[in-house]
Design a protein around this ligand. Structure first.
Ligand code: UD1
Length: 416
């Protein structure tokens, strides 16, 4: 276990660059199995989740190495279709590998992903989609075995626009026989990035970013070089940090269009915003105002992955806000931790009612999950003391050197 100690009081100010997107990099890494040639990824973040994905790829026989800032994955040497249990449990997104391993080897064997801190996270939609493509699936002894000697294009009509299931089916379908149409597909920018990568490999995918994604099966793809999109959640986290510390932060190397839902909230609560092509600046001259109502929704709605950070901000805003979590059923664990710092909130099922405090206080708190942990770091900056955040390693699953970034913006944070 590692801890962060955050000293309150600083106003974040300056410029920070967004890292490459974790949630885009993970499915793209899974998709490297779809070609037998080396793939070079630029802007791939150095994170624990990415490291775990690379270990899984290596355990399947892929060759992985870094060349400067680039990551090279050569799946030409891959020769196994059984995903290792322990590593796959570390990384929930290992389920994305089901589609690509199946497509590559006509067979896949993966452990059933357990629950996680933010909810149960079932995989019924992934399995439904694979079955529609003619895969045979057998669930036994906590493992999922898929066989797909002849994957065929089909209409896959999702009941809910699951991000992971959409990505999994895109990967399973690129080499299937015929055309696949995914209806009610998730529209997240990371899906557009996966489409970009797949097409750069010579596959034929269109429609990503809309609810209908069409994949025309082709026999073979080829190696490529691809730049992973910027991380919109990391971008949003630092912008919220600026707002809640009455700071002035520019996040560069980012895509402002991917954080529109957050920017409109920040505008509503009194921040001044400046958008550039690849950067965005947020200034807050005074204490932010509350936001009457926010609910998380699939893209382009307000992202669940920024809900904890917004929660932290509303905990220091003027007035009372209502925040509803629609995507995951158990994603308010940060609420009780924020209370230890003097925040006022009440949770009823999926709804939080948050009354902002003028000042939070230092306390010892626990990062239960990645984004909830990031929220505690931001809250720690708004206290009159020192906050110790236990299990900082959970935050580092998704943030590349968050402590360095905060220090570069004038905050005080140390690893203990
Ligand atoms: C991805 C992101 C995660 C983000 C989430 C929602 C990655 C690596 N992770 O997760 O950071 O919070 O999108 O934007 O990209 N569901 C089912 N059955 C399924 C699949 C999902 O019921 O088969 C439910 C889930 O329990 C959840 C909801 O659908 O309530 C959203 O899940 P999904 O969109 O699949 O999220 P992930 O792909 O797991």
């Amino acid at each position: 276990m590692s801890n962060f100690a955050v000293q309150g009081g600083a106003r974040l100010s300056g410029t920070v660059a967004a890292q490459g997107s974790k949630n885009a990099a993970l499915p793209i890494l899974a998709a490297t199995l779809l070609v037998n040639e080396p793939v070079r990824l630029l802007n791939c973040p150095r994170l624990r989740d990415v490291g775990n994905m690379l270990h899984i790829l290596e355990s399947l026989g892929c060759t992985v190495f870094r060349e400067g800032n680039d990551l090279v994955v050569d799946s030409g040497t891959a020769d196994r279709f059984v995903l290792p249990t322990a590593l796959s449990h570390e990384l929930r997104s290992s389920i994305f590998l089901l589609g690509s391993v199946l497509s590559r080897f006509s067979e896949a064997d993966a452990p059933y992903p357990g629950g996680c801190e933010i909810g149960n996270r079932p995989i019924d939609l992934h399995l439904y989609g694979l079955k529609r493509l003619n895969a045979e699936i057998c669930e036994r002894n906590g493992r999922i075995r898929c066989k797909g000697n002849h994957l065929c294009g089909a209409v896959v009509d999702f009941e809910y626009p699951s991000v992971g299931a959409t990505e999994n089916i895109m990967m399973a379908a690129v080499r299937a026989d015929g055309t696949t149409v995914i209806r009610n597909a998730a529209c997240e920018p990371e899906i557009v990035d996966l489409q970009g990568f797949l097409n750069a490999c010579g596959f034929r995918v269109c429609g990503a970013g809309t609810p209908t994604v069409t994949i025309e099966g082709v026999e073979q793809g080829h190696g490529t070089a691809y730049t992973v999109m910027p991380d919109r959640i990391v971008t949003g986290t630092y912008l919220i940090g600026a707002a809640m510390t009455r700071g002035d932060v520019t996040v560069e190397n980012t895509r402002p269009d991917t954080v529109d839902a957050l920017l409109s909230k920040l505008r509503d609560c009194g921040c001044e915003l400046t958008r550039y092509d690849t950067a965005v600046r947020v200034r807050a001259a005074e204490r932010v105002r509350c936001v009457a109502f926010t609910e998380t929704r699939p893209y382009p709605g307000f992202p669940t992955d920024l809900q904890p950070q917004l929660f932290a901000m509303l905990s220091v805003a003027q007035g009372t806000s209502v925040l509803v979590e629609n995507v995951f059923e158990n994603r308010f664990k940060h609420a009780q931790e924020l209370k230890k710092m003097g925040a006022q909130n009440r949770i009823l099922d999926r709804t939080a009612v948050i009354t902002g405090a003028e000042q939070l206080h230092g306390a010892t708190v626990t990062a239960h999950d990645l984004r909830g942990g990031a929220a505690l770091v931001l809250a720690g900056l708004c206290t009159d003391g020192v906050t110790v955040i236990e299990h900082a390693e959970r935050i580092e699953r998704g943030y590349e050197q968050i402590d360095r970034a905060i220090r570069a913006l004038g905050g005080t944070i140390m690893r203990t």
